[in-house]
Design a binder for this molecule. Structure first.
Ligand SMILES: Cc1cc2nc3c(=O)[nH]c(=O)nc-3n(C[C@H](O)[C@H](O)[C@H](O)COP(=O)(O)OP(=O)(O)OC[C@H]3O[C@@H](n4cnc5c(N)ncnc54)[C@H](O)[C@@H]3O)c2cc1C
Length: 573
């Protein structure tokens, strides 16, 4: 098998070349923020024929876009708020992703919606799901169905039997950090210059017009400037910080709201399908995630630092309490394998609680040469990207083609069927099992051909990683050579999910993964030791934070370990 991902190969050498090019170029559009919104905007702009740069201060998707609920959905609860436009738009995006843009990464997922009250609840929920099916259009996922008490019993024996019945419906699920990364690489394949680990520390302005950004390269601890005719601020919960650099009088601000998820092993809940559970003041999704259940979320206002939000014991207790209301066999803290927290970037409104703030997005240009986008949700990233680029290009002095991202499959979706057939044969010849082959196809799509080439040259890479048997040794190597991973944490947390899936949170796998990355990134022994020690300290700090009662104390514990990207600057002082 062979593929050519060309400019989408995010190697160390490509990074150095990109920095050189960026310092010399004058871009049409520079996008700040390598989450799903910024990556989507970079792809949107590049595919319109514009010259584009995308910069990210940490790793691709290191902000909210690796910490979401991982659902590509219309949002049933927005139906209850009569927000039909948002639901219809999101369901259209769901169909596009499932059928055209990235079918390898987005998969349908079946939910059971348990009912506790006779007649009225079935009628109410049934009507909502009928509308959900209708708004979503036909075909992308099966339609909802009613279930009797006995049918629920056989599908989900783990659900408590004080239920009167259930309905079942479908939504979709995505590996968010891999999806965002693939968007970045697709943008690069369309000519965008993409660079991570560079922080925007200031905006360049001439006569009140934004004309570029000042960057701090955190890997080399040096500064440089990049010029652009239009700068887009797609920094999620950080947007107010960039906005403040631009000045002007913005109408919108962002309010962060924390959401926590837990993972428990699949064996702990006896159910063949995922569940939609009403919680005290919201809803919980209990969905399958590989060998685990992924359960969440909470929704609480957040006023602490933005870089490393931590879960508290109160967050975990809330999830367990609400989940246990519908389970035959109650779960305890000992059943939890992993925990992660993320911050929703909500458009600030006047309502009191953040769950009532808008999930819609807002775009504005308070200063010439500068456009900001805030709010939105993962599912609607493509629409957000189109809207912000439409606004930014109004400031260019030439006509620009309309957005065409509706017709642009991501890299791994191109040639997917051929890759499936070819890798089924070559993977088996390398000794991979059918589930391993399927798993790789689901994570990389047709890009699996790159990994196949690596395994052909080094058969040892086709073996599982010790302490994280669901992942193969080839994956950290590929992450370092093609996917822009610069640190051990990038691989254990976002290229793979070993950090939240492995029983020991990746402490065993860390040494082997670092050793695999080392030759590709030019690490010597002391650098390997430093990366492993940092990763283990970070994992310990997160576990300790989860024992703390409130956000303030949890953050004090979590922040004892600084971001891995600051190690370089620390070393040079
Ligand atoms: C708990 C939770 C569950 C969710 N569940 C879902 C769901 O199931 N489905 C759904 O559709 N949506 C969901 N969402 C919403 C969705 O995850 C977010 O809307 C989306 O990920 C936001 O992406 P973003 O690109 O705007 O922000 P981010 O992903 O946060 O990206 C912003 C980026 O900007 C970078 N940045 C910041 N400052 C600078 C700077 N100075 N220089 C350079 N870079 C900078 C950051 O490092 C960051 O990577 C959920 C959110 C949360 C928190």
């Amino acid at each position: 098998m062979t593929t050519s991902t060309g400019t989408a190969t995010l190697s160390l050498q490509a990074r150095a070349e990109t920095i050189d090019r960026m310092a010399r170029s004058d871009y049409d559009v520079l996008v700040i923020g390598g989450g799903v919104t910024g990556a989507g905007a970079a792809l949107d702009a590049a595919s319109r024929g514009l010259s584009v740069a995308l910069v990210e201060m940490r790793d691709w998707a290191a902000g909210t876009s690796s910490r979401s609920g991982k659902l590509i959905h219309g949002g049933l609860r927005y139906l209850e708020q009569f927000n039909f436009r948002l639901v219809r738009e999101a369901l259209h995006e769901r169909s596009l992703m499932l059928e055209k843009l990235c079918p390898h990464l987005v998969k349908p997922i079946q939910f059971v919606y348990p009912l506790r009250h006779r007649v009225w609840e079935r009628a109410y929920v049934g009507a909502g799901l009928l509308l959900y099916d209708t708004l979503g259009g036909a075909g992308a996922v099966p339609r909802h169905r009613h279930l009797t008490r006995r049918a629920v019993r056989s599908l989900s024996p783990g659900i408590k039997l004080d239920l009167v019945g259930a309905l079942t419906f479908y939504d979709a699920q995505v590996d968010d950090s891999r999806h965002t990364l693939e968007l970045v690489r697709t943008a690069a394949s369309r000519g965008a210059d993409v660079l991570s680990a560079v922080k925007v520390v200031g905006l360049v302005k001439q006569h009140g017009v934004v004309t570029g950004v000042r960057l701090h390269d955190l890997e080399a601890d040096r500064a440089f400037e990049v010029t652009a005719r239009q700068v887009i601020n797609a920094t999620g919960v950080w947007s107010d910080q960039i906005q403040a650099m631009a000045g002007g009088r913005p109408m919108f601000h962002v309010q962060a709201s924390k959401g926590v998820h837990i993972l428990v092993p699949r064996t702990k809940i006896d159910s063949a399908v995922s569940m939609f559970v009403r919680a005290e003041d919201s809803v919980l999704f209990v969905r399958t995630w590989g060998r685990h259940w992924l359960i969440g979320t909470t929704d609480t206002a957040w006023d602490e630092g933005l870089d490393h939000p931590a879960a508290t014991s109160a967050d975990v207790d809330y999830l367990l309490r609400n989940l246990n209301r519908v389970l035959e066999v109650e779960l305890t803290r000992d059943d939890i394998a992993g925990v992660f927290a993320g911050l929703r970037p909500l458009v600030k409104g006047s309502a009191g609680t953040t769950s009532k703030l808008s999930r819609e997005h807002a775009v504005e240009s308070p200063v010439p040469g500068f456009t900001s986008i805030v709010g939105g949700k993962y599912t609607t990233y493509r629409v957000m990207a189109k809207d912000v680029v439409d606004r930014a290009v109004k400031g260019l002095d030439r006509p620009v083609a309309p957005s065409d991202t509706e017709n642009i499959p991501l890299l791994g979706a191109v040639g997917l069927e051929n890759a499936r057939q070819s890798f089924s044969r070559s993977g088996a010849a390398r000794g991979l099992t059918q589930p391993q082959i399927e798993r790789l196809l689901g994570r990389y799509g047709s890009l699996v051909a790159d990994l196949d080439d690596l395994m052909a040259r080094r058969p040892d890479l086709a073996k599982p990683i010790g302490g994280a048997a669901d992942y193969l040794r080839v994956e950290p190597v590929y992450a370092a050579t093609h996917e822009g991973a610069l640190h051990l944490d990038d691989v254990l947390t976002r290229r793979t999910h070993i950090a939240i899936e492995a029983e020991d949170h990746g402490r065993t796998a860390a040494a082997e993964v670092a050793a695999l990355m080392a030759p590709e990134l030019g690490w010597d022994e002391s650098r390997v030791a430093e990366e492993v020690a940092h990763y283990r300290a970070r994992a310990e700090a997160e576990l300790a934070a989860q024992q703390m009662p409130d956000d303030e104390s949890a953050m004090r514990v979590r922040n004892a370990v600084r971001d891995v990207r600051l190690m370089v600057a620390d070393r040079s002082q």
